[in-house]
Design a protein around this ligand. Structure first.
Ligand code: SF4
Length: 376
C-alpha cells in the first residue's frame, strides 16, 4: 500500500466503473458530494458489487430515495456560536473543518458538504471565547468534517488556544483519517509533535477514530494508531451500524476484537440517524440490538465496551435490548435534567429505526420514586 497520490471528486473520473455506472451515479453525486482517494479505493474488491468498502464510499442510486432530513439530530437547536454546539453540560463541540479526506455515503452531516456551509468555523475565536466563558465545559470535541484535513499549523493554533483555558481537560479530535488516509499521520512528524506537546498526563488528547469495518485496519492504519498512542493520545473508536457494511455479528466481532488489540478502544456503535439519502443504510432497532448482542458473544470483556446508541436530539439513548413485546432503552447522556438516567420501555416494533418511531409505554428513573405509565 502507498500514500494516496490522487483524490477523486467526480465519479466520472473513476477508472473502476463502467460508463453506464458513471452516468447513473453522477445523478447521485449531483445531490450528495463524492470524494475518495486512491489509497482507500484500492481496498475495494471491484469484482464484488456488494463489497462493504465499496458501499461505504461509492454512491448508489438508493441514496435518491426521498427519506430523512439534513439535520436529523437537530444540531441547530444546540448551536451557541458560529460552528459551536453545547448540548451536554461538560462537552462543547466545534465544527472545525468542512471537508473530509473522503466522504462516507452514510454521513449524517452531509449537509456540510452539499453546499457551501455557514455552519463551519473558519475562525474559531468565537467558539473558543464561548468555552472560556463556560467553566463547566471540560471536554471539547473538534469535529466537522474532519479536523485532520486542516493544515497542522491551523490545528496547532486551535489546540494551543484550548490548552490556554484551565478548565478544558480533554480535547477530542473526531477523525476518519486513520481509515481513509493513515499516511496523513505517518507522513507528518509535526502532527505527532503536536500530540506529544498537548496530550498531557492529566489532560489527554483523545483521537476519536472511525473504523467501520475490519478491512480498514490495514498495516499503515495500525501503524498510524501506534504512532498516536506513542505520542500520548488515547484512541476511542465510534462508528455507525451500516446496512451492507457492518450489520453482521461476525464482522463486528472482528472489528471490536481487532480495535481492542490495536489500542483503539471501541466506544460507541451508533444507530444510523434518519438522514436524507441514508434510507438504504438503516438497520431497524430490533435487528441492530440482535446483531450487537450476538457480536458480544464473540468478544472478550475489552471488546464489549461499546454501547449501541441513538444520538437523538434529546440525548444519547442506549438500546439496552428487547423481548417478545417490548424494547428497552436508557438515556446514557441527556440534554435536559429530567431525562438524565431515565429508562424507557417501548412497544416492540420490528420496523422502527429511530426513537421517534417508537411508542413509549413506561418510563422511570432508577433510584427515584418517579415512574410514568404512558399507555397500556
Ligand atoms: S468522515 Fe465523518 S464527517 Fe466525514 S463524511 Fe465520513 S461520517 Fe461524515
Amino acid at each position: 500500500m502507498h500514500a494516496p497520490t490522487r483524490h477523486y471528486r467526480h465519479i466520472r473520473k473513476l477508472p473502476h466503473l463502467s460508463e453506464e455506472e458513471k452516468q447513473t451515479l453522477s445523478r447521485v453525486e449531483g445531490e450528495f458530494a463524492f470524494r475518495a482517494n486512491d489509497y482507500y479505493l484500492q481496498l475495494i474488491d471491484w469484482d464484488d458489487p456488494d463489497d462493504p468498502i465499496r458501499r461505504l464510499i461509492i454512491p448508489t442510486e438508493g441514496e435518491l430515495r426521498d427519506w430523512g432530513t439534513l439535520d436529523p439530530s437537530r444540531e441547530s437547536d444546540y448551536t451557541v456560536a458560529n460552528g459551536t454546539q453545547h448540548k451536554y453540560t461538560h462537552t462543547a463541540l466545534i465544527l472545525a473543518a468542512e471537508t473530509c479526506d473522503s466522504y462516507c455515503r452514510y454521513c449524517f452531516r452531509k449537509r456540510l458538504t452539499m453546499r457551501r456551509s455557514e455552519e463551519v468555523m473558519n475562525d474559531v475565536r468565537g467558539g473558543i471565547e464561548y468555552i472560556r466563558a463556560h467553566p463547566e465545559v471540560d471536554n471539547v470535541l473538534l469535529t466537522g468534517g474532519d479536523p485532520l484535513t486542516l493544515a497542522t499549523n491551523k490545528l496547532r493554533r486551535i489546540i494551543e488556544r484550548l490548552r490556554e483555558i484551565d478548565h478544558v481537560g480533554i480535547i477530542r479530535i473526531g477523525t476518519k483519517v486513520l481509515a481513509f488516509n493513515p499516511y496523513r499521520i505517518l507522513d507528518d512528524p509535526k502532527l505527532i509533535e503536536l500530540i506529544e506537546a498537548y496530550s498531557w498526563r492529566e489532560k489527554r488528547i483523545y483521537v476519536m477514530s472511525h473504523f467501520a469495518h475490519p478491512r480498514e485496519l490495514t498495516e499503515p492504519a495500525v501503524e498510524a494508531v501506534d504512532r498516536l498512542l506513542k505520542a500520548g493520545a488515547i484512541i476511542a473508536n465510534q462508528c455507525p451500524l451500516i446496512a451492507g457494511v457492518n450489520d453482521d455479528a461476525e464482522v463486528l466481532v472482528e472489528l471490536f476484537n481487532r480495535l481492542s488489540m490495536t489500542g483503539a478502544t471501541p466506544y460507541y456503535l451508533f444507530q444510523g440517524r434518519p438522514t436524507k439519502g441514508n434510507a438504504i443504510f438503516e438497520v431497524p432497532i430490533v435487528r441492530a440490538s440482535r446483531i450487537f448482542n450476538e457480536a458480544f458473544e464473540g468478544t472478550s470483556g475489552l471488546g464489549r465496551r461499546p454501547r449501541l446508541t441513538m444520538s437523538h436530539h434529546t440525548g444519547k439513548i442506549e438500546i439496552v435490548g428487547y423481548d417478545e413485546s417490548q424494547i428497552y432503552l436508557r438515556y446514557h447522556r441527556a440534554a435536559h435534567e429530567e431525562n438524565k438516567g431515565r429508562f424507557l420501555i417501548c412497544h416492540r416494533d420490528d420496523r422502527a429505526i429511530w426513537f421517534d418511531d417508537l411508542d413509549v409505554v413506561h418510563t422511570f428513573k432508577p433510584g427515584t420514586q418517579e415512574t410514568n405509565v404512558l399507555s397500556a
